[in-house]
Design a protein around this ligand. Sequence first.
Ligand SMILES: Nc1ncnc2c1ncn2[C@@H]1O[C@H](COP(=O)(O)OP(=O)(O)OP(=O)(O)O)[C@@H](O)[C@H]1O
Length: 607
Amino acid sequence: MARVELRNYRRAQSPLHTLFRLFRYFRHCRVLLICAVASILAYVACTIGASYCMRPLTNLLKESGITPNETYAKYLSLLAGLGTLYFLSAVTNYLLNRLMLETSTVIMRELRAELFARMQKLPISYFDANTNGSLMSYYTNDIEATNELLQHSITQMLISVTSLTGTIAMMLVLSMRLFAIMVVLGAIVLLVVRITTKISSHSYRAQQKNAAAVNGYIEEMIAGQRDIKVFTHEKQVMADFEPINDALYSASTTATTATSVVGPILNNLSHMFYAITCAVGTLWLTGEGTGGILITFLQYIRTFADRVSQIADQFNSIMLALAGAERIFDVLDTPAEIDEGSVTLAREGRDFYWVKPDGTHVPLKGDVRFYNVDFSYDPDKPVLKNLSLYAKPGQKIAFVGSTGAGKTTITNLINRFYDIQGGHITYDGIDVRDIKKDDLRRSLGIVLQDTHLFTGSVMENIRYGRLDATDEDCIRAAKIANAHYFISHLPQGYNTMLYSDGANLSQGQRQLVAIARAAVSEAPVLILDEATSSVDTRTEKLIEKGLDGLMAGRTVFVIAHRLSTVRNANAILVLEQGRVIERGSHADLLEQHGKYYQLYTNMIELA
Ligand SMILES: Nc1ncnc2c1ncn2[C@@H]1O[C@H](COP(=O)(O)OP(=O)(O)OP(=O)(O)O)[C@@H](O)[C@H]1O
């Protein structure tokens, strides 16, 4: 059963550092940011000012020595002032939301671009260690969380903190005595907030972790639908899904329960707060205008309590969103594939050259040699041991051996998907580590067993092998690959669009397009992972002819699955546990009566 990888869902490890790093992205939208901060200040000033209007309004009721007309005029002007402040606070709030929306869109664009660019530079080992699902969730969950953070959470937090500061200042201005009561009660509220936040953030983390497991599982099962149906594993898949779905259910229930408890507790506390201040205030405050002070103070208490509970809520979501941003930064900090190569391999027309330091061009011949190569993916599990082999220009080298013997690994070392730990590999006498990686890979044509076709026309998919190839080059390559006939019979010929990894083509047709793609690169060295096992004999013949056309005149490494490939090869290398145990032509090896003889006489398919 397929493995479900859990992403490491956690709270931000270094939230402040992540936050400052995120703030650096504001450098491209400084003006927007300044406007946003100004809007926050204006918004908070308006709301606090509106609350303050309660004082003169209340006092107006008891004001003596003025005529009813004067009272009425004052009353109207106060109401007009209050209305203006509420109107302004609505406008500034709208402005703020717009500004943060714009700002976060700009930043998200940059972050997505950086993330995507970094992923293009990461070594293949990174993709081995991370499932597609977990990589995708950087672009979905984590980008979304960061967007939410920038668009709402940070803004709300800034509003809450500014408003809280302003409210405290106004409370101090109104009455120091009442503020003293506030401090005591505030300490109690903070304690409660701290405890409940701890509980809720813990359960939220559990919820996120379980959600990741469920999503990862679903994604994997969707990708494997064909295999699930073929092996009639539907029931098993459902049975495996149930426990992780249940785990998500209980984690979500705990999380929502914890959150739903925080609100009422804080609400009740704020009511108590309100009542106590009201009672004490009535007893303590004496003299002219005390009614206005008390009413306004109570108004501020409400704001205070609201802001504190908002900060508690936002703190949690900010921490979780920062964890998303942190994961994105982790990817951005993952070291890119190192390329210490300095030797340039250039293409001119249809030929490849090695450009020597003095500028002279030496045609590439395609001579590849391994000298005592040691390699392992994991340090404690050697895969290739002291492996030596050579392919002279134009030779066809076939690898045979049981599964896991190291055939694919060898081909992955030629193009430097991985670096060797011992020995060296040369290409026309140059150590491959000295060749610029892009140049090296461009001078190797590769046909993988499991080809990926991109969304685009057939022509564009063939051109993927060499981006500057003309339409004529692509058609010529398709002819070499024996793909021209079937492509010409597609509804729009070479302009037929391919979708979902070429799902509208048969497996054999996809393989022929892949061969054409390698043919258009016209590289002097070819690496073929033959894929004929899952196609019918007629298609196999087509592919065989396509491959023969492609291989002519080039050095070829082929992971052989067909007897014909092996028979035609200049040399057959028999691998076992990362070692070459036999080398020779088909006839030589049969004569030796060794492993190859056994493979050949016992099996039709060799690998
Ligand atoms: N990305 C990887 N990370 C860790 N180990 C790997 C990785 N790829 C292959 N291996 C291990 O390296 C060994 C050689 O694998 P390799 O794919 O080269 O064998 P192979 O001869 O091509 O097998 P097959 O014919 O089944 O494709 C195996 O034990 C395999 O489990």
